[in-house]
Design a protein around this ligand. Structure first.
Ligand SMILES: Nc1ncnc2c1ncn2[C@@H]1O[C@H](COP(=O)(O)OP(=O)(O)OP(=O)(O)O)[C@@H](O)[C@H]1O
Length: 131
C-alpha cells in the first residue's frame, strides 16, 4: 500500500466516523429533548393524514419541507442551549437569556410557518373530505 492508498483509507474512515457522530447527535437530541419527540409525533400524524388527502407533488414538498424545518430548527435550539449552558454554567447572564430565548423564537417562527402551510394545503382538503 503506497502513501496515496493510506491517505484514502484514513479519509474513508474519517468520513464514516463523521456519519457515526452525526447519528449519535440525532440519537442524543431524541433522547434528551421532549420537544423534539413532540415534533416527531405531530409531524408523523400530519404525514399519515396527508396520505388520505391526495396531495399533489408540490404540496407534499411544502408539507415535508415545513416538518423538516421545525425538526432542524429544534436541533439548532438544542445546540444553542448546550453551548450557552457550557459557557454560562449555573450563572444567570442576560446574554445567555437572550441567546436561549432567540433560539426558542426561531423554533416558534418555524412552527408558525408550518401552521400556515397546513392552513393553506391541508385544511381545505380535509374540509372537502369531511363535509
Ligand atoms: N444561564 C442563564 N441565564 C439567564 N437566563 C437563562 C439561563 N439559562 C436559561 N435561562 C432562561 O430560562 C429559560 C429556560 O431555560 P432552559 O435552559 O430550561 O431552556 P428551555 O427553553 O426550557 O429548554 P428545553 O427546550 O430543554 O425545554 C430560557 O429560555 C432563558 O430565558
Amino acid at each position: 500500500m503506497d502513501l496515496k492508498d493510506k491517505q484514502e483509507v484514513v479519509k474513508n474512515s474519517r468520513f464514516l466516523d463523521s456519519f457515526k457522530f452525526a447519528f449519535k447527535g440525532v440519537l442524543t437530541v431524541f433522547q434528551e429533548e421532549r420537544n423534539m419527540r413532540s415534533h416527531i409525533v405531530i409531524g408523523s400524524i400530519v404525514l399519515v393524514l396527508c396520505l388520505f388527502l391526495n396531495l399533489a407533488v408540490n404540496e407534499w414538498l411544502w408539507v415535508i419541507f415545513s416538518i423538516s424545518l421545525v425538526i432542524i430548527m429544534e436541533v439548532w435550539n438544542t445546540v444553542i442551549e448546550n453551548v450557552v449552558d457550557l459557557a454560562a454554567g449555573e450563572r444567570y447572564h442576560p446574554l445567555a437569556k437572550k441567546a436561549k430565548d432567540m433560539a426558542a423564537a426561531a423554533v416558534l417562527m418555524t412552527a408558525g410557518f408550518s401552521v400556515v402551510v397546513a392552513a393553506i394545503i391541508i385544511l381545505p382538503k380535509l374540509w372537502q373530505k369531511l363535509f
